[in-house]
Design a binder for this molecule. Structure first.
Ligand code: ADP
Length: 458
């Protein structure tokens, strides 16, 4: 009983069989009961008519005892139409007062009928006048074999049995069809899941219905697409990491080989290059570790409430000298009445520094970088805008991707293409979101939004 189809078919069959058995049983019992009632009524009527006729002919019950006995013994009824057959069922006849005139038990004759028997008695009336009482014992349980009544009941019984068998067969057929239909989607899902297990990522199944199975198929498809994306991202990431590690390692390897071969003298400049490259490697490893912690939701964060303006002013203080050296104006613009935000101040410093460093990198001397704090209905906004080179439309959707650089040749100065990926991860880890707007030649604006704390809509 391993397959779900077998289980379903058996369940349908069980329901079908028990249903038709119950129905057949009820029909059979009801028919038999109704039929017996019919037979009793018919016979009772016959007996009543017969006895009334006797009374009418004789004007009293005189001699009824002998007449009935005679009929019982000889099988004919001397006092009535011989075509009328009287069933041999025992009965008791009493006069109007309830004194027994005839009974199969001769001892009873002449006695008063017990009260409980009288309650079952049927009145015998002639021209509207009560002439006696009759008590008929219940019908026999078995009918005469071959009699019309027995044949009728036999036909009813075979018809009910036949319909029970028919209903069972129909239940089996319909059950099988339904079971196959219902399990089709499950079979398909099972096949697709096995495909995925065997490495065919992104496998999709047909959504055949709008019920729970349809929902399951949709969820499966979504999961499969996400899995495919995640696997692709992981492959890409591994390739990118290998690529990023290769260039500093090649430099270090080349210099150390030349030094050990004696082809290169140990000069300060050489050691500086080696130091820079190892620093680059170390930063790359740190960045990757931070991203993996953020991915796993394990980034240690210390939240505290802080005024947005304070965050911008501190960033301004940290990067003022650098911007002055590059002859770029670094300005802070933040109204006083902004609600505080709950963030990790250290991580926010990292985010803002990263964005400002980028802005400094892509803005020429004389340019301006604006650090702005603002709010809309539901968010507190932090913006870093520059009027630098801007980013082309086709690059915008990808700039937050890991290792994505608009110009891949720019890998000096620690530009690994991880900066914005880290910014996004850090902002999201603190419950915020980040967006970018940019136009080539005009400049770029990064907007970070943090939801306002509840009850703090100022
Ligand atoms: P990196 O660490 O190499 O700077 P980022 O992830 O920080 O990489 O940035 C990705 C790309 O986005 C960069 O290669 C750059 O082309 C572009 N970019 C980022 N900030 C700016 C900006 N303020 N102006 C123009 N381009 C930018």
């Amino acid at each position: 009983m391993r397959s779900i189809i077998t289980k379903l078919i058996l369940s349908f069959l069980l329901v079908g069989i028990s249903g038709s058995l119950i129905v057949s049983l009820i029909i059979w019992q009801q028919t038999r009961f109704a039929f017996n009632q019919f037979v009793i009524t018919r016979e009772q009527e016959g007996l009543l008519r017969l006895l009334t006729l006797y009374y009418q002919r004789h004007g009293s019950w005189e001699g009824i005892d002998t007449a009935v006995k005679q009929f019982r013994d000889q099988g004919n009824v001397p006092f009535t139409n011989p075509a009328f057959s009287l069933d041999k069922r025992p009965f008791i006849l009493t006069n109007v007062e309830g004194v027994v005139l005839y009974s199969p038990d001769p001892q009873q004759i002449g006695n008063r009928l017990p009260q409980r028997e009288i309650r079952r008695a049927v009145a015998l009336e002639l021209n509207g006048e009560l002439v006696g009482w009759i008590v008929i014992t219940p019908p026999r349980q078995t009918l005469q074999p071959g009699s019309i009544e027995e044949r009728f009941l036999r036909t009813v019984r075979s018809a009910t049995m036949l319909s029970a068998v028919g209903a069972t067969i129909v239940a089996l057929l319909l059950g099988s069809l339904l079971a196959f239909g219902l399990t089709r989607a499950i079979r398909e899902l099972k096949g697709a899941a096995l495909d995925i297990a065997n490495g065919k990522y992104g496998r999709q199944v047909n959504v055949r219905s709008r019920d729970e199975l349809g929902d399951l198929a949709m969820a499966f498809n979504q999961m499969s697409r996400q899995l495919e994306k995640a696997i692709q991202a992981r492959r890409q990431m591994t390739a990118d990491i290998a690529h990023e590690l290769r260039s500093p390692l090649t430099v270090i390897q080349g210099y150390t080989e030349a030094l050990s071969d004696g082809k290169l003298e140990g000069e300060e400049e050489v050691y500086q290059i080696l130091h820079q490259e190892t620093q680059h490697l170390s930063r790359l490893v740190d960045d990757l570790r931070l991203l993996s912690l953020a991915d796993a939701g394990e980034l240690p964060l210390t939240f505290q409430s802080v005024e947005p303006r304070l965050l911008l002013e501190r960033a301004h203080a940290r990067l003022r000298i650098q911007s002055e050296q590059k002859q770029i104006n670094l300005l802070v613009e933040a109204p006083d009445n902004l609600p505080s935000i709950t963030v990790d101040v250290e991580r926010m410093a990292q985010v803002l520094d990263n964005l400002i460093q980028n802005a400094l990198r892509y803005t020429s001397a004389g340019g301006t970088i604006q650090l702005r704090a603002d709010q809309d209905d539901h968010h507190v906004l932090l913006q870093v805008s520059d009027n630098g080179t801007g980013i082309a439309k086709q690059d915008l959707p990808r700039i937050f991707d890991r290792f994505y650089r608009v110009d891949p040749s720019r890998s000096q100065n620690g530009e690994s293409g991880l900066g914005l990926a880290i910014v996004k991860s850090l902002v999201e880890a603190q419950g915020g979101s980040i967006q970018v707007q940019s136009e080539v030649g005009k400049g770029t604006t990064f907007t970070i939004a943090f939801p306002k704390a509840k009850g703090n809509k100022e």
